[in-house]
Design a protein around this ligand. Sequence first.
Ligand code: NAD
Length: 293
Amino acid sequence: LILVLFSPTLQPLLLTYSLTSMSARLRLHNKVAIITGAASGIGLETSLQFAAEGARVVLSDVNEEAVHKAAELVLKNFPTSEAFGIKADVSKETDIAGVVEAAVVKFGRLDVMFNNAGIMHPADDDAVNTEEKIWDLTQAINVKGVWYGCKHAVIAMRNNKPEPEKGLGIGGSVINVASFVCKVGAATPQLAYTASKGAVLAMTRELAMVHAREGIRFNSLCPGPIKTPLLMDFLNTPEKLNRRLVHCPMGRFGEAVEQAKSVVFLASDDSSYVNGTDFMVDGGLIACYVTAE
Ligand code: NAD
């Protein structure tokens, strides 16, 4: 060992060996991942976590300027990572097909699809007061957008060939974002949103069964209330905020990075036998009757 440490010829070998074994330990080493809604909140934090874990990351979002800034942020934080941003509206199939094609052209394959983009419209309300156009817009982004993401991920993942030298196999992992609100009822209604997330859960379970023998896993991520623009722009008065906070067993809303770390698990081979789950990351909210004081 002393010989290796002090020998000028052997030192570069040692460095290469250390870097190789370090990168081999990264949980998403070499995996090619697409994230929709990557410019903000959970999508942005997941892009950073994916890059930190060695993935090659394609960030997509309907907000073109913000998605390019997000990709720059990833590269600034992880200069050796590979990432780029691309504009796509998930409710348009040609946009999603374009993102998957861009990933495959640039990186040669697709291993992880994180269908994260979603909206909670401020005019979403109860059965009587929700307008049809709000209902349709919500389903188009939150449900049809996830279907398009799943469809084009399957088409690409079916072409994955094992690349043992890179630690890559067949199939892939698809993670669809649902929400805790489709597991419980809320007297503060957002009917279109809640229905859309219930559809994501049901669709994901079925896809998990259909594609299990192809090695393509599907799981739903069910976040609790998280401190991102989606929720915080909506809870814009102390009354609205506290009406929800009292139901959080841990006495706080979650952080986007806490979702992102769970997504890394579901995307990685650490979760190789996790399939078709409603993966709750809600601080215990749906298990709650009365919270501690
Ligand atoms: P966010 O508003 O911070 O980010 C959402 C991103 O999606 C934005 O960058 C936005 O531009 C993008 N987007 C919106 N419409 C799009 C479209 N048509 N095509 C492509 N991109 C689009 O929201 P977030 O809190 O990070 O939410 C991410 C996901 O998590 C959503 O599906 C949301 O429903 C879900 N979720 C959030 C919470 C929460 O409390 N924040 C709780 C449960 C579930």
